[in-house]
Design a protein around this ligand. Structure first.
Ligand code: MRU
Length: 390
């Protein structure tokens, strides 16, 4: 699947997505740890393979990990799962165990648990139904397929809504300068992207001056992935190091910050990639609109405030090493950038702090965009009524 332009517009150049499915139904993911230097497709046939790929971040991005988890369950139900001799109850338990297992791969992005909950809810509701085991399996497979397929269309809708909102907010300025963090494009979704979808829509409407994107250490989703997407799509863009955000706000006339989300809770507080909160603080200081763009599946009305969000801590070693192309050997290398032992040893001076996400309080967010609409924070209020766009 590739990013497509809304009807009537010049088609965008093809951009790879995180997942592809061939004619035989084989699911493959592009190994995002090797991008942009090397494109390697990895077949995923089982839930165990999907779990490992998600945990090791070969695939990442809230919608993409939900898609892969669901597709791996669908594949397992199509091939490796032998229903012979199994009761309906045994099959249901097997599916529920797989849902729990897949959900435990990454805790912060709610899209994954939302996808698994959809399957759980169906299983629960089917308790009194007369469906036979084959019908049950076929229905679960259909839910899994929908999780993946519904993503592209809603991203294009969010792109349109977000671009319209920001254009209006800017006083219909002709060319906007925006900032984004992390990677929210085709590689994080099933196509077009969330925050990058808004940037793409601005570009297609000829309303974009420059998209500034932060490198987003320690995983470099910005410098490795967003850069690949923006250069492929030929969108005017400029990379900044994470430490340069403040300087950029001071020296450029920025019109908006546009970010994705891993979980938006009832009051509008939003968990997203580490570094998002500091961008929001700076945006408020400089009176720049701060926009969160995420599908309805990222909204978690079961949590009241951001304080309840489970923030994933990644292994400290991931922040002490960088992966990249060794220009001397022409090969991919992993390089340690700290003294030996930092992040690995247990001495008090060898610690590393490495949370994968931070929480931006709603009071710093100007609006949340989903495929259902735009919820703005009202002047002087500290929360956003996201229930209105679910
Ligand atoms: O740790 P990652 O790379 O999975 O984190 C991804 C992000 O934080 C994205 O910005 C978010 O999932 C939105 S993706 C459309």
């Amino acid at each position: 699947m590739v990013a497509q332009a809304p009807s009537g517009k010049k088609p965008l150049p093809d951009m790879m997505t995180s997942i592809r499915i061939d004619k035989s139904g084989q699911v493959e993911i592009v190994d995002q740890l090797l991008l942009p230097h090397s494109v390697k497709w990895i077949p995923i046939s089982t839930t165990e393979e999907a779990f490992e790929a998600i945990k090791s971040m070969k695939i990442r991005g809230a919608p993409a990990i939900a898609s892969l988890a669901a597709l791996s369950l669908k594949s397992s139900l199509s091939s490796s799962f032998n229903i012979n001799g199994k009761s309906k109850e045994e099959i249901k338990n097997w599916i529920l165990e797989k849902c729990n297992y897949l959900q435990s791969s990454r805790p912060t992005a709610v899209n994954l648990s939302e996808a698994m909950n959809r399957i759980r809810n169906y299983i629960k509701a089917s308790t009194n139904s007369k469906s036979n085991t084959t019908e049950l399996i076929e229905k679960v497979k259909e839910i899994c397929k929908n999780v993946h397929e519904e993503d592209l269309e809603r991203n294009m809708l969010m792109g349109k809504l977000g671009a319209e909102w920001l254009f209006k907010k800017s006083g219909e300025k002709q060319k906007l300068k925006v900032i984004t963090v992390c990677n929210t494009g085709s590689l994080a979704t099933s196509g077009y992207g969330t925050a990058i979808g808004v940037i793409t829509a601005l570009f297609e409407n000829e309303q974009l001056d420059t998209a500034y994107y932060a490198q987003t250490t320690p995983y470099h989703q910005g410098s490795r992935l967003t850069s690949l997407e923006l250069t492929t799509l030929q969108i005017p863009a400029c990379m900044i190091c994470d430490t340069m955000l403040g300087s950029l706000f001071q020296h450029e006339d920025i019109d908006g910050v546009i970010v994705g989300a891993d979980r938006v809770v009832k009051n509008g507080d939003t968990a997203n990639k580490i570094g998002t909160y500091q961008a929001a603080v700076l945006a408020q200081r400089h009176n720049v609109p701060f926009m969160v763009v995420a599908p309805v599946t990222t909204i978690d009305l079961s949590l009241q405030t951001g304080a309840e969000i489970h923030i994933e801590q990644r292994p400290s070693i991931e922040a002490t090493q960088i992966r990249g192309l060794n220009l001397e050997t022409g090969k991919l290398s992993v390089i340690r950038i700290t003294p030996e032992g930092v992040g690995e040893g247990d001495k008090p001076w060898q610690k590393v702090y490495n949370p994968s996400f931070d929480v931006t309080p709603a009071e710093l967010i100007s609006c949340v965009v989903t495929e259902k609409g735009v919820a703005e924070r009202k002047q002087g209020e500290k929360s956003i009524n996201v229930s209105s766009i679910c």
